[in-house]
Ligand binder design. Structure first.
Ligand code: TXE
Length: 493
């Protein structure tokens, strides 16, 4: 970063082999905040080869789990030490408010602490095969070389969900942050090295996914790919990996319903519908972008949402007064603006936002105002496609069955929310909705100890929780006969 080498390959920090650099832009004002090394395809291949050689050499996989656990906890300690510095990088890079970035780093710390604790207690299973001379054990071993590809909306947070269990399991890896937001990951990898991650275990490349993708994923040296990003890229990676029968876990976003019944608590519902969709300007895979609301309260509820959406303070994330920052880039804002045009042309009723803020102080950044479309229906693309911006669509229902049908009527299945004060209905709803996380009378929260991931086209595999660790492990059955004797099947010999 800014002259220091940014690629870590086989324990050596190097510049890109062709000297290429990428300028990193602050989306709040368009300024260049850093230039970082842009890896070549050859660099990416070398990084995978280094991870392969380190894994095959075997020392890391053979390191006692207590030592690996201690390493994860040391990383957590150093993250706490450097929290402010990394949070600042995250805000400069993504535009999110500093408050959000600090929460992200706290969450990253929790993830390392959680997996530090979990790997230390994960036990093998002993199976009774009915023969006292046989010891049958089911053990977990590291899956091998992992390629970890993260997006730009929660750069270090998403990466930590991958690196922490991969390290804990004893894997070696190549991490590739989004080319739009690599700064926090570069800082993190330096910190992990300081914590004592052995040479060659954690390799880092950054650059365009389209350029580096095939070196990282169309590669038989790779045993597991964990990817978080868009559906189109997830499809490409899954197809390429299938050629090598490489295991893949993908998290591909969502089009998440937030269902509000007329008996729901009014104040928390209005507040959380707003937060659920407009936090981080809607650039959240689990954002509650589809409000599905009971007809009898819909007009009043939407009017109150509009009133409050117009009070949201959009601004530079470094400014303590800002409640939400810009979109991550000019290109991404153009995509969101195209969705607004589409919504209007599809006949949805734009009731607030839909434009850039008028404040001249924000003109150089990629800001966009919180936007609400009323009178939406299931045929519209703005209701079905992930806009990944501050856009809420409103659909109405009369019966519970209709609410369920609408809530499930999406090709995605990442997350959803239900708001009702009727416990029996709440329970029926949380079971009927086909999404990986369901919030009942809450929205957006998660914990490192519970699984995260999607049904349907939101992906496959799980991150966090115990399953988030087993993704990085192979399961081996060891059958040990302590008193060997002939099988005596072929009696004629
Ligand atoms: O994502 P990409 P983009 C959604 C959101 C957004 C859309 C596109 O709707 O508008 O995806 O965003 C790397 N082989 N989400 O284009 O391209 C890339 O370098 C290997 C939802 O930014 O999927 C980056 O590191 N890797 C999402 C990562 O993939 C490739 C978060 C994600 O980028 C690659 C972000 C290739 N061929 C966007 N092409 C969520 N699930 O939260 C790109 N990459």
């Amino acid at each position: 970063m800014n002259g220091d080498p940014d690629l870590l390959i086989g324990g050596e920090w190097i510049h890109a082999s062709d000297g290429g650099l990428r300028q990193i832009v602050n989306p709040a004002d368009g300024s260049v905040v850093a230039s970082v090394d842009e890896a070549t395809t050859e660099d990416a291949r070398r990084a995978v080869a280094a991870a392969r050689a380190t894994f095959d050499e075997g020392a890391w996989a053979a390191t006692p789990v207590a030592e690996r656990a201690a390493l994860l906890l040391r990383i957590a300690d150093l993250l706490e030490r450097d929290k402010e510095q990394i949070a600042h990088l995250e805000t400069l890079d993504t535009g999110k408010t500093l408050v959000e970035s600090r929460i992200d780093i706290d969450d990253v710390v929790s993830v390392f602490r959680y997996y530090g604790g979990l790997v230390a207690v994960q036990a093998d299973r002993v199976v009774d095969v009915g023969d006292p001379t046989v010891i049958s054990r089911v053990v977990r071993e590291p899956i091998g070389v992992c390629v970890l590809i993260a997006p730009w909306n929660y750069p270090l947070l998403q990466m930590s969900w991958k690196i922490a269990p991969a390290l804990g399991a004893g894997c070696t890896m190549v991490a590739k942050p989004s080319e739009v937001t690599p700064l926090s990951t570069i800082a993190f990898v330096r910190l992990a090295e300081e914590a004592g991650v052995p040479s060659g275990v954690l390799n880092l490349v950054q650059g365009s996914g389209a350029v580096l993708g095939s070196a990282l994923t169309d590669n038989s040296d790779v045993d597991f790919i964990s990817f978080t990003g868009g559906l189109a890229t997830g499809r490409i990676i899954s197809e390429v990996a299938a050629e090598h029968v490489t295991k893949v876990a993908v998290e591909l976003g969502g089009k998440n319903p937030h269902i509000v019944f007329a008996d729901a608590d009014w104040e928390s519902s209005v507040d959380q519908v707003l937060t659920g969709v407009f936090l981080h300007s809607g650039q959240v895979c689990s954002a509650g972008t589809r409000l599905i609301i009971e007809e009898s309260i819909a007009d009043d509820f939407v009017a109150e949402l509009v009133r409050r959406a117009e009070l949201i303070r959009v601004g530079n994330g470094m400014d303590a007064a800002s409640e939400t920052g810009p979109l991550v880039s000019e290109q991404h804002r153009a995509k969101v603006e195209a969705y607004v045009e589409l919504g209007i042309s599809e006949g949805a009723k734009l009731v607030t936002g839909g434009v850039r803020p008028s404040d001249p102080a924000l003109a150089a950044g990629s800001f966009f105002l919180p936007t609400i479309f009323d009178n939406c229906d299931r045929s519209m693309r703005i209701v079905q496609e992930e806009t990944f911006g501050p856009i809420l669509t409103v659909e109405r229902f009369v019966t519970e069955a209709e609410a369920i049908r609408l809530g499930n009527d999406t090709e995605y299945g990442l997350a959803g929310g239900v708001r009702t004060t009727d416990p029996a209905r709440g329970e029926r709803m949380v079971r009927a909705l086909r999404h990986g996380t369901i919030w009942l009378n809450d929205f957006g929260y998660y914990t490192a100890a519970a699984e995260w991931g999607g049904f349907k086209k939101s992906g496959n595999g799980r991150e966090l929780g115990p399953t988030g660790l087993t993704e990085y492990q192979e399961i081996k059955h060891i059958w040990h006969n302590t008193a060997p004797k002939p099988a005596e099947w072929f009696k004629g010999v």
